[in-house]
Every structure is written in C-alpha cells, then in structure tokens.
Design a protein around this ligand. Structure first.
Ligand SMILES: NC(=O)c1ccc[n+]([C@@H]2O[C@H](COP(=O)([O-])OP(=O)(O)OC[C@H]3O[C@@H](n4cnc5c(N)ncnc54)[C@H](OP(=O)(O)O)[C@@H]3O)[C@@H](O)[C@H]2O)c1
Length: 248
C-alpha cells in the first residue's frame, strides 16, 4: 500500500472497534502515527492499538467520553503531546439512539447531540490550534442526514445533518489556514451498531440499496484516507456520500 501519510500524526475518535478502528488501521498502514479514543471497552482499544503498533507506527488509546467536552479537549492535548503534533483529526465517535417520537427521552436527545455534534466542534476547535497548513479534519456523518426511511431516527438524522452545515461554515474559517474539513456520509456498514445480520439489515438491503449489501469499515476508511492525503487538497466543506446508493 502507498505510504502517502508517512509520519503524519492522527487522532481518530471512537476507534476501538467498528468504522473508527478500520480508519485507524488504514491511516497507520499508510504510515501515520495514530491516537484513538474509546469510552467503555479498554480491552478492545488495547487490541486495536497493538494491531496498529505491529504496523511499525506509534499508537495509543485514550479513554475519553465524547459527551464530556473537557475529556475531549484533554484527549486532543494528549494526542498532540504523545505524537508530537496533529495533522489529521477524524471525528468518528457517534451513537445512534432510535426510538419513536412518543417515547423519545430528552436525555437521549441531549446525549446524541453532545456526542455526534458538540464533540465534533470541541475536538476540531482544540485540534486546529496545533495544525499547520495541510491539516485535515474529517467527520463521519451518515446517509441518514439525507434520508431516513424508518421510524424513530429523527434525532440521529438531525445530528448528522448538523455536521453538513458545520463543515460548510468551518471550511470558511479554516480555508485561509490551509486546513480542510469534510464529512464522509456512509450508508449501512456492518458493525456492532448496525450488524448486517439483523432483520433491519435484511429490510434495508431489500428496499433501499442500489448495491444490494452492507458496506465494510475498510471501504469507509479508504475514502477517509484519501481525504487525509495530499491528493484531496482542493476538497473542503463537502459531504461525500459513500453509501452503496442508499440515497441514490
Ligand atoms: N454502522 C453504520 O451503519 C453507520 C452508518 C453511517 C454512519 N455511521 C457512523 O459511523 C460512526 C462509527 O459507527 P460504528 O458503526 O463503527 O459504531 P460502533 O460499532 O458502535 O463503534 C463505536 C465506537 O465509538 C466508540 N464510542 C461510542 N460512544 C463513544 C463516546 N461517547 N465517546 C467516545 N467513543 C465512543 C466505541 O468505543 P467503546 O468500544 O469503548 O464502546 C467504539 O469504538 C458513528 O459516528 C456512526 O454514527 C455508522
């Protein structure tokens, strides 16, 4: 594999498993040193860190609940200190709480916004203080920012739609500093959050997919690594669908 991220320093949030772990491994395979955050699964985080270190780059795991703004800033600072700087921030940590309107709890509304939106802003604000020209912010959004063909996903969809507006605005702040900010918007991806074996998955594939299958974390990581590279130097403020045609 092309080592187009040789010696770059990256922080990937929510990367002990799932899409985040695939992104962290991919950036490392391309030569980047990687810090990752997790919230409740230290063994899994440790396993991912060991797999990354085996690729010959630096790696560390930082426990930081994205709902806690102080912890998010501390995670950025620790990544900067241990890796000697930061060139790439991937805001991947996210939660999906799906519940019909009548039952939706206000505390779940607040937690979704704190993790999926506020943490993205907080981590970005903290990271860009340390970024030089060529810095990269990449957020993991969702196809559900554009289409939610099921009951109970309104708040999750709203949180991912918020990222579309956020990157458009922040692209203007960061452009003059030579830093790009973009979203990738995955369709259904086989992870603990959304296993490809569920009844929900069967329905999704039958009814909504142009490519009739779930995606993999590695497929999402491939777009993220391209956005992180110099090849994507003229892309900013974009929301890039990678969804197997879910929104086609
Ligand atoms: N899977 C899909 O179909 C799909 C589709 C579109 C978009 N997305 C988005 O992709 C991102 C990753 O999803 P995924 O499917 O890989 O999720 P996942 O399988 O549930 O994995 C979530 C990862 O994030 C960490 N995490 C969860 N809550 C956190 C918090 N409050 N603070 C810090 N870390 C936290 C988890 O750490 P622990 O291991 O410690 O719990 C884990 O590493 C999310 O933003 C999600 O909305 C997913």
């Amino acid at each position: 594999m092309d080592r187009r991220l040789e010696n770059k320093r990256a922080l990937v949030t929510g990367a002990s498993r799932g899409i985040g772990a695939a992104i962290a491994r991919r950036l490392a395979r391309e030569g980047a040193h990687v810090a990752l955050t997790y919230v409740g699964n230290p063994d899994q985080a440790d396993q991912t860190v060991k797999a990354i270190q085996a690729l010959g780059v630096k790696a560390l795991a930082i426990r930081a609940d994205s709902a806690d703004a102080v912890a998010v800033v501390a995670a950025v600072e620790r990544a900067v200190n241990e890796l000697g700087g930061i060139d790439i921030l991937v805001n991947n940590a996210g939660i999906a709480i799906i519940s019909p309107l009548d039952d939706f709890r206000l505390e779940d509304f607040d937690r979704i916004l704190a993790v999926n939106v506020r943490a993205v802003f907080v981590a970005t604000q903290a990271a860009v203080k340390h970024m030089r020209m060529g810095g990269r912010i990449i957020n993991v959004g969702s196809c559900n920012a554009e289409r939610i063909p099921f009951v109970g996903g309104g708040v999750y969809g709203m949180s991912k739609a918020a990222l579309v507006g956020l990157v458009k605005g922040l692209a203007r702040d960061l452009g003059p500093r030579g830093i790009t900010i973009n979203n990738v918007a995955p369709g259904p991806v086989d992870t603990d959050m959304n296993p490809a074996t569920s009844d929900f998955a069967k329905l999704t594939v039958e009814r909504f997919m142009a490519l009739p299958r779930y995606g993999t974390g590695d497929e999402i990581a491939s777009l993220v690594s391209w956005l992180a590279s110099a090849e994507a130097s003229y892309v900013t403020g974009a929301n890039l669908a990678i969804d197997g045609g879910y929104t086609a």
